[in-house]
Write a protein that binds this ligand. Structure first.
Ligand code: FES
Ligand code: FES
Length: 182
């Protein structure tokens, strides 16, 4: 693999103890919310695990671990992605945004404020994923139509809210974000 340094012995190295597990680790750097995190990760480890366990950013949640629920949604570059479907090594050197990076100090991001104002969360487990998904779509398409927005939100699962308040919150955030960008 190009772009990151191998930090353990090659699998085929002569004299390797056959009873030892063949664990090769790679030195990678993840730029998360504007800060570089240097981590050493096995190629098999998912991005969401490394974000949570190695970088200590536990706001990104893990649900299904196979791309269905969206709880692990983050923004990679300028695209919302499911961090359970990527290996951390694939994100080496890339810019990542997680829910921890939304607020500006004590000032909540409009999407966070809107979720509070419109009761867009109950248990809150799905919330970070919805916030990142919504922010990404509203940044990319500030004038997104209702139908298309509902289609995007339907890709994440919430078992508590029935979606109505999430939808209200995202509509309200869209207005605020357009005002802020005007
Ligand atoms: S945990 Fe990633 S989509 Fe469910
Ligand atoms: S608020 Fe509980 S799963 Fe969405």
């Amino acid at each position: 693999m190009r772009g990151f340094a191998r930090s353990s012995r090659n699998f085929c190295q002569k004299g390797r103890d056959a009873t030892q597990p063949m664990i090769e680790k790679f030195d990678i750097t993840l730029n998360i919310n504007g800060r570089d995190y240097a981590v050493r990760a096995e190629a098999r480890r998912t991005l969401v695990d490394v974000i949570r366990d190695d970088c200590g950013l536990t706001g990104t949640h893990i649900g299904c671990e196979h791309g269905i629920c969206g709880a692990c949604t983050i923004i990679l570059g300028d695209e919302a992605v499911r961090a359970c479907l990527m290996f951390a090594v694939q994100a080496n050197g890339k810019k990542i945004r997680t829910v921890e990076g939304l607020a500006n100090g004590d000032a909540l991001h409009p999407i966070q404020q809107a979720f509070i104002d419109h009761h867009g969360l109950q248990c809150g487990f799905c919330t970070p994923g919805f916030l990142m998904l919504a922010v990404n779509v509203l940044e990319r398409q500030p004038d997104i139509g209702d139908e298309e927005m509902l289609d995007v939100l339907a890709s994440n699962l919430c078992r508590c809210t029935g979606y109505q308040n999430i939808i209200k919150a995202v509509r309200a955030a869209a207005v605020e974000m357009r005002k802020a960008g005007a």
